[in-house]
Design a protein around this ligand. Structure first.
Ligand code: HEM
Length: 406
């Protein structure tokens, strides 16, 4: 017997259903349309509508519960837990503002624009060998290495380290799942140890010889003592490397596949490049690279329809729900290059809104331009599948495309 107000009257979202992870937009639609709030089998709450997500994620009483993300897969101590505790995303105001202000200057629109030509050049160089080569793994050749190169370059890591950094950050991304094997946990811990060792060397070289890069800026903030401890400094660098990799790879592979499935959109882009930013917004909306955000209210809160969100009970904001909410996006299942409505939820909202959103958008725009420049036709050669239970979404075995030269 369940009590009124415990959420049992709400529609159920079954996070253990592998089908939800293949096509979350379709799986979440019935619950979103049945009520403004849903629940998981553990009694946690689920927000699926756009306006409610927007309102609640901006509410300062909604606190991050980052530690629970790792506790949920059994990680409570060791190098992973030690790193995760220091990450900006796990802090709440005023601590959060202190950390964020130290790095936000590196992500201004002007800074992002200075990287644009370099991103276009990297994308073009990586695409060239794939042309007329039959089915090729576009993810392995372009969508994965491109964001690693961009964040490593932004931080100032030497090119010979990019390969191993990418391997480590990809391992780290796998911890954000609803299931984690012991073997995977060990690989994730090895990745944090490897990144910490590498960064310790890099920071000590910046102290000897400062450069015009983000690692130097972080190291100087660390030397100012009261601003950033050396441990926070390393945690921040790892945070940026990790946050910029898997997520952006998801946009450049899962999102790009969504674009390619809409041939009429691709054809229009070939003759109207001004719509490329709109195409990237639709890629983000159709296939958000991360499934959502997790918060818990610091006190009982009421939703706009009068449901109670009990204090401390986690609330999942699942972006594929809000991104296809017909109240915010008319004909939500249409890939529409002419939308002028709200922005997709895929970068989150509120104080933790993605710091790298502008950078990721620019990378995706440049990737689309580079493919259009180089090809006369681009098509999916083998329908990809998504890994179930991975909150940072990824394909099981890459994205195989056929690219025909222009
Ligand atoms: C398509 C690519 C990306 C997606 C979909 C994405 C998604 C997100 C989301 C949803 C959040 C908020 C999480 C929450 O509130 O629960 C977030 C936060 C964050 N992202 Fe991204 N991200 C992307 C790329 C990047 C890049 C390129 C960087 C930097 C190099 C970055 C750095 C961060 C940081 C530092 C935070 C934490 C901000 C804070 O706590 O104040 N992200 N991202």
């Amino acid at each position: 017997m369940t009590l009124p107000g415990d959420g049992s009257e709400l529609p159920l979202v079954d996070l253990a259903d592998p089908g939800l992870w293949q096509d979350p937009a379709a799986a979440l639609a019935p619950a979103r349309e049945a009520a403004s709030l849903a629940r998981t089998s553990r009694g946690e709450r689920v927000v699926l509508r756009y306006a409610e997500t927007e309102r609640l994620l901006a509410d300062p009483r909604m606190r991050t519960v980052g530690a629970r993300l790792l506790e949920g897969v059994g990680v409570t101590d060791g190098p992973l837990a030690d790193w995760w505790r220091l990450v900006m995303f796990n802090t709440n105001p005023p601590e959060h503002g202190r950390l964020r202000s130290l790095v936000s200057r590196a992500f201004t629109p002007r800074q992002v624009e200075t990287l644009r030509p370099r991103v276009r050049a990297i994308a073009a160089t990586r695409i060239a060998p794939l042309l007329d080569a039959g089915p090729v793994d576009f993810e392995a050749a372009v969508a994965d290495p491109l964001p690693i190169a961009v964040t490593c370059e932004l931080l100032g890591l030497p090119e010979e380290t990019w390969g191993v950094v990418g391997t480590w950050t990809a391992e780290l991304g796998k911890v954000f799942a609803t299931r984690l094997s012991d073997a995977q946990r060990l690989r994730c811990e090895g990745a944090v140890d490897g990144l910490n060792d590498l960064l310790r060397d890099q920071f000590s070289s910046r102290r000897r010889t400062p450069r015009a890069d983000l690692l130097t800026a972080l190291s100087e903030a660390s030397e100012a003592g009261d601003r950033l401890s050396p441990e926070e400094c390393a945690a921040m660098a790892i945070n940026l490397l990790f946050a910029g990799h898997d997520t952006t790879r998801g946009l450049l592979s899962i999102g790009f596949a969504a674009l390619l499935r809409h041939e009429e959109a691709v054809a229009r882009l070939r003759s109207d490049r001004a719509r490329v930013p709109a195409a990237v917004e639709e890629m983000l909306r159709f296939e958000p690279p991360t499934l959502g955000s997790l918060r818990a209210p610091a006190e009982d809160l009421e939703t706009s329809e009068g449901h109670i969100l009990p204090r401390g009970i986690p609330v999942h904001f699942l972006f594929p729900g809000g991104n296809r909410d017909p109240r915010a996006f008319p004909s939500p299942d249409r890939f529409d290059l002419d939308r002028d409505g709200p922005r997709p939820l895929s970068f989150g909202l509120g104080p933790h809104f993605c710091l790298g959103a502008g950078l990721a958008r620019m990378e995706a725009q440049e990737l689309v331009h580079a493919v259009l420049d180089a090809t006369g036709a681009a098509e999916i050669a083998m329908e990809p599948r998504l890994v179930p239970f991975a909150t940072i979404r990824r394909f099981e075995s890459g994205l195989h495309l056929r690219l025909v030269s222009a």
